[in-house]
Design a protein around this ligand. Structure first.
Ligand code: IMP
Ligand code: MG
Length: 179
């Protein structure tokens, strides 16, 4: 049994085991393949948090699947325009492609919504979201992610790619903030 971990000023307790994660990942990959049949699926994995999930999901996929990594960067625009968001890393044509966005976590859903809006401008055939974790209580979007590993309460988690101030991404299971 794994133990509590301490990162910076917070304690975290084991929450979702590696075994449970990997078994959900297998279910997700079968679900995706069943839904897309023999079509080629282009995964767009949103860095940094989803690298571990992406790796395990890719290893579990059958058939034709491609992968690119993307990142949403934000910088301060001019004083009136506020924050400007830019999608970086997408250096291929996605027109007419079946896109599945891979996320580590959908919290308010704002991040993934921004990614979807920017991808839609390039006319893909379809766009769906596959996230390892989904916090329905925090979600402010219109459409819930089609594929999710686990619905979790509105509580901070780390591990398996997810970070607390850049730490904790290396753990092979998911930890939850201790009460
Ligand atoms: P959003 O609120 O759905 O836009 O999520 C924004 C980002 O916040 C996610 O991509 C994560 O990087 C981060 N985030 C949200 N909840 C958690 C959490 O519980 N642990 C670690 N990162 C989180
Ligand atoms: Mg993230």
């Amino acid at each position: 049994m794994s133990k509590e971990i301490h990162l910076i000023d917070k304690d975290f307790v084991p929450y979702i085991s590696e075994e449970k994660i990997l078994s959900r990942v297998k279910v997700l990959s079968s679900q995706i393949r069943a839904d897309y049949g023999s079509n080629n699926v282009l995964f767009l994995s949103v860095l940094n948090g989803s690298f571990m999930f992406t790796s395990d999901l890719m290893k579990s996929m059958n058939g034709e699947v491609e992968l690119s990594f993307i990142k949403l960067s934000s910088y301060e625009g001019t004083s009136t325009s506020g924050k400007v968001h830019e999608l970086i890393g997408l250096n291929q044509n996605i027109q007419g492609r079946h896109i599945v966005i891979l996320e580590d976590i959908v919290d308010t859903g704002l991040t993934v919504q921004r990614v979807i809006t920017m991808l839609q401008m390039q006319n893909p055939l379809s766009i769906e979201v596959c996230t390892l974790l989904y916090k329905p209580e925090a979600f402010k979007g219109d459409t819930a992610p089609k594929y999710f590993g686990f619905k979790i309460p509105n509580k901070f988690v780390v591990g398996y790619g997810l970070d607390y101030d850049q730490l904790g991404r290396n753990f092979n299971e998911i930890y939850q903030l201790k009460d």
